[in-house]
Each structure stands twice: as structure tokens, then as C-alpha cells.
Design a protein around this ligand. Structure first.
Ligand code: FES
Length: 164
């Protein structure tokens, strides 16, 4: 406050473009430094946080799928991989003509298995693991059998389910 020549006490002049406070240049610099430090902190902390707290993996909740292939198109002594929720499945038709389905991931280290018609076995190429036509691990490093699914043939459709 200052006293004018007329003897009246007056408020100091204000900038008409904003509230009283630090000069605009200083406010701008404060804002610039504040946002820069915030952006820098975020760019450093975000990847660290994402690394330390991995996202939750969605469990497959699929219990049943209808395959996009007709039962009559699956030849005897053949197999193919299909999608069962977020996992691969293995559909085979045995040399005797029976349709069977299994989890398509090897029980050793989760490679996707395939069907070998030359030996009529489910086979894992990663470490030469073998499963028989019942999904039983019979050779190589796989420690457990493949999970078997239930196959239902209905009007030439193939329905694979985990539950009977
Ligand atoms: S991952 Fe299949 S045998 Fe190793």
C-alpha cells in the first residue's frame, strides 16, 4: 500500500489479467518446471510400476467350444489344433475312427503339441515328448498326461467340453 499525493492510501496496482500473486513469468516457469518434473517422474515410475506389478492374467473361463469344422471332414489317423478359450486344444481322430480332444499344451514346458500320423501319437517337437492316443505321456520329458476333454458329435458338429 502507498499513500498518494492526495493523502489517500491506495492498493498497489494489479495485473488486470490475473489474480494478485507472483509475476506471470515466474508462474509460467513454476508451471513449466512442475509439469516437467511430473512428466519425468511419471515416465520413470510407470515402467517400474508395470514391471513390479504385472497385469493379472485372465484365466480361461471357456468350458465348451463348438469347432468350426465338420466331424465328417476329420480323417482317421489325423489331428489338428483348435482354440479352446485362451488355450490350444488338440483334436484327433484315432485310426479306429474315434474323435478325441485334449489340452494342446505339453505338460513339460507348455509347447503346443501336434499329431504324428506316421506313429499315431501326439507329439511335442520341443523336446521329443510323446503321448499315446489316450493322452498318456509315454516317452520323453513330459511329466503328466494331457488333460482330456469330452467330445460330442451332434449333427456333424463337434462340441468339445471340459465337463461331461
Ligand atoms: S515342452 Fe514338450 S517335451 Fe518339452
Amino acid at each position: 500500500m502507498s499513500e498518494g499525493s492526495d493523502g489517500l492510501v491506495r492498493e498497489p496496482k494489479r495485473d488486470d489479467n490475473g489474480p494478485p500473486g507472483p509475476p506471470r513469468r515466474r508462474r509460467f516457469l513454476n508451471w513449466l518446471l512442475g509439469t516437467g518434473a511430473g512428466a519425468l517422474s511419471a515416465s520413470v515410475l510407470y515402467p517400474i510400476t508395470r514391471f513390479l506389478v504385472p497385469p493379472e492374467l485372465e484365466e480361461s473361463t471357456t468350458n465348451q467350444v463348438t469347432l468350426p469344422i465338420r466331424a465328417r471332414d476329420v480323417a482317421a489317423n489325423s489331428g489338428q489344433v483348435f482354440r479352446f478359450g485362451s488355450r490350444p486344444g488338440m483334436l484327433i481322430r484315432t485310426p479306429a475312427g474315434e474323435l478325441k480332444a485334449f489340452d494342446g499344451m505339453c505338460t513339460h514346458l507348455d509347447c503346443i503339441v501336434q499329431y504324428r500320423d506316421d506313429i499315431s501319437r501326439i507329439w511335442c517337437a520341443c523336446h521329443n515328448g510323446h503321448y499315446d492316443l489316450n493322452g498318456t505321456n509315454v516317452q520323453g520329458p513330459p511329466p503328466r498326461p494331457l488333460e482330456e476333454y469330452v467330445v460330442i458329435e451332434q449333427d456333424d458338429q463337434i462340441i468339445v467340453t471340459k465337463d461331461a
